[in-house]
Design a protein around this ligand. Sequence first.
Ligand code: 16G
Ligand code: ZN
Length: 536
Amino acid sequence: DDKILAASAKHPIVPLPAGSLYKYGTAGFRMSSDLLEGVTFRVGLIAALRSRKLGGAAIGVMITASHNPAQDNGVKVVDPMGEMLEQEWETYSTRLVNSPSDKELLETYHALATQLKIDLKTPAKVVYGRDTRPSGHTLVAALASAFEATGTEYVDYKILTTPQLHYLTRATNTEGTPEAYGEVSEAGYYKKFADAFVHALKGRKIKGTLTVDCANGVGGPKLNEFLKYIPKDQVPFDVKVVNDDVLRPEVLNLDSGADYVKTKQRAPPHPKPEAGARCCSLDGDADRLMYYWTDAETGFFMLDGDRIATLAASFIADLARSAGIEDDLRIGVVQTAYANGASTKYIQENLRLPVVCTPTGVKHLHHAACSFDVGVYFEANGHGTVLFSNDAMATFRNKEPQSPAQKDALETLSAVGNLINQTVGDAISDMLLVEVILAHKDWSLRDWANTYSDLPNRLVRVEVGDKDLFETTDAERRLSKPQGAQGEIDALVKKYTNARSFARASGTENACRVYAEAATRAEADELAKKVAVVVE
Ligand code: 16G
Ligand code: ZN
């Protein structure tokens, strides 16, 4: 106990103005980095408790603020199989982090241990990493301090992408078991995905050059490292890595990256994209992906998370048919309210696959995807992955093929299952998947874009006095509070063709977001504006 008190004194919590609390939100604790040292120390205590609660299973901690500006940072906890921290523990984290003094911190720590029946003598293990933000140094030192003070074993993996930390957490916990996820090292990550990439291509050629904008974040150096693991003589893969400067923190996420592309609906200005070139952008911690091209005829065209989901689902469903296992394999797609209505319609009517809608946030989508044998989940913002059940993977491996075509399809399914990061959305792994699918279909980005037409849409951010007044139901598609607001939105939507609109409180900022889509650009803009007025 003395150790915890002494360590906590070295990483003091910054008191917030009366009435506000630190909150474990959809992306953990995320804010200006100068508020985070004490928070991170306390998250270290939570991670140690969580590991002890789970009998010493390794817990992951990631220090990143993704697409936020360089001066922000964040800290989040990863459960043993690489999933997001169990929801109830978000509340425990919030409680512990907001303890007003070192002494009360210690009391809350013990109260949680008692409440959750945690034996503090159980061994504990935590693995952690950080993105390239300079503030990460201080924050990992605070974590290490919490682990020293609680006798917790820890491994500092230094600089990683968020999905790499998820990979390492799962690999650590499955090492030596039949479910072993891969070698427990950063190199293990590269080997696993490079190997799956080569297998999934099955000799198909990737055409042209792919330009990858890395938002000047951790994805740059990691993608460069990954590319060394691809046997270029067997698999030519021409990648031009741009915006990979991690030495100047001020350029992180600046006019680049997946979030910039999605929210501004334009290509990063630097370097100027070549006309028609196949481009994609990762975000600051490499867990989101956007594809796009620009040419004189089309202007800018973006292929977002909805497009990746439809591409992956159609590819996997076709393979399941070729492999003769379509009746044994329940394939489904999970989306949020932000998914373009045209994508939902395409999945249901053309691909004839079920769609589930969940609230925003990876943990909700991930959870829903687990109920399928193959669960494809993507947020429109480019975060997502495809989950394969153990049964599905076993079917691909063990089913006796009746023809060379079936054999080929089963092998490809198996490789695709290995290629997609099973722990969390991973921009590098998703990008490899897209490249594989385009190579198999011999498609350009334009062919991919031609599968369906998006409904014009608009997303606006609305400043509100208190975002907590806004409560939603029906996977955030309807407001239950404030009273009457949904009625007003419904009345507005009715006036437009093919229209849909919803408002929800942001989980990461003190604001509301309004989304609207309609048959034309002008109508979508107008509807969004009017709904914003209802919310203001
Ligand atoms: C977080 C979520 C992301 C979601 C975004 C929405 C995770 C790991 N991240 O970044 O999935 O799209 O929040 O933000 O769950 P908002 O609530 O501010 O709209
Ligand atoms: Zn991110």
